[in-house]
Design a protein around this ligand. Sequence first.
Ligand code: ZN
Length: 210
Amino acid sequence: MVHEILPVGMLACNCSIFGDESTREAIVIDPGDEIALILEVLARHSLTVKAIVITHAHIDHIGGAQKLKQATGAPVHMNRNDQALQRMMDMQAAWLGVATPETVEIDSPAVDGDKLTLGSAEFHVLHTPGHTQGSISLWIPGELKLVAGDTLFRDSIGRTDLPGGDGKQILRSIHEKLLPLPDETIVFPGHGELTTIGREKQFNPFLSGM
Ligand SMILES: [Zn+2]
């Protein structure tokens, strides 16, 4: 499996590109910005995008989705509980002092229990609200990888002081959906360095006593 992680945009959102070597199909997660770079990586691996997945509707994660959809024709998967946030894109753009990106239409609601396939690998949608109401994480059991959006970080958790955030709920999501995954699971957070479930169980100060 090809897996490239590109920190894109001014907030360095980790965009993940997964590619299957036999089908040459790809899943792109969180194309927040720098779509030309993402398309270059796809071309370098001769990959065709099968699905675009948005972990949550913050501008740094969703901002380039419409451009990537236009360039590839791939459907966009996002949990509908984040549509309220998506409608606040003007405000989100103002927070960052950037132009409002084009609105992307959601083709498929990424609900808890959904499975996307890429070659023989399955990508399981886990609904992990708290950072936002529609936040999802993607669990790829065949690869022992978790793409965590802004829910779980190395030594930290997602902020909950923005609209749709809920501090108790994010801890419940992490406890119920993420910590039960195998300790050796490699976690790819929405920003910053990767980690593992085992490491965060042991050292993450926000999860102590859980
Ligand atoms: Zn976010």
